[in-house]
Design a protein around this ligand. Structure first.
Ligand code: GSH
Length: 198
């Protein structure tokens, strides 16, 4: 399998963490690219030109990150990271949606901030900042559930890692001691250490 990714992408990091936790990382060739580079080869596989994109051994292109995660967990020989249909699955997927949603707010926020100051939308930036703060407050109340390593906790960890990487001035740990403590524990895992943005 070939995984196209960029080191800074939190969606790609989530997939790489899943690969490690599922014990499949040694079967995946990592190809680091810039998704905006037309010569990278990504667009032949993903017309959306986004990372992550996985090309299976049968030459099937899979995207986006949720689809890749489902594929990898199907191949996962160990304990599944997505529970079977039932309450545990819905709850786990919702925790994953909180993590993905944090990425969905933070990645465009970062892109907006990279534009010239006079072209930035203060309203948009404030809305993304508030959505992020509200989601972090929710996560602070569910850290017990995050102690299970599954697609919920992995997505949240990848999203928090992105906040630390791109928005260190947000100081999200302030007033969120449980979440900060939870991430400190999670960050000892090999899946976290080996996927840090460069
Ligand atoms: N929903 C997608 C989001 C993927 C995504 O937006 N990736 C960003 C990198 S963080 C990307 O490739 N952007 C390319 C671009 O903006 O041109 C997923 O879960 O995979």
């Amino acid at each position: 399998m070939i995984l196209f990714y960029s080191s800074a992408s939190p969606y790609a990091r989530k997939v790489r963490m899943v690969a490690v936790e599922a014990g499949l990382d040694n079967l995946i060739e990592l190809v680091v690219i810039n998704p905006r580079d037309a010569e990278s080869g990504l667009r032949e596989h993903n017309p959306l030109s986004r990372v992550p994109a996985l090309v299976t051994d049968d030459d099937v292109a899979l995207f986006d990150s949720r689809v890749i995660v489902e594929y990898l967990d199907h191949a996962n020989p160990g304990r599944k990271l997505i529970p079977p249909p039932g309450p545990a699955r819905w709850e786990t997927l919702v925790r994953g949606a909180l993590g993905d949603g944090l990425m969905d707010a933070s990645v465009p926020r970062r892109q907006e901030m990279a534009r010239p100051k006079n072209e930035q939308s203060p309203d948009f930036l404030e809305r993304m900042r508030l959505d992020t703060a509200r989601t972090l407050n929710k996560l602070e109340t569910i850290t017990d559930a995050l102690r299970t390593v599954d697609i919920g906790s992995i997505a949240v960890a990848a999203a928090l890692g992105y906040l630390d990487y791109r928005f260190p001035d947000d100081r999200w740990r302030e007033n969120r001691p449980k979440l900060a403590n939870w991430l400190e524990g999670f960050s000892t895992r090999r899946s976290w250490r080996e996927t840090l943005p460069e």
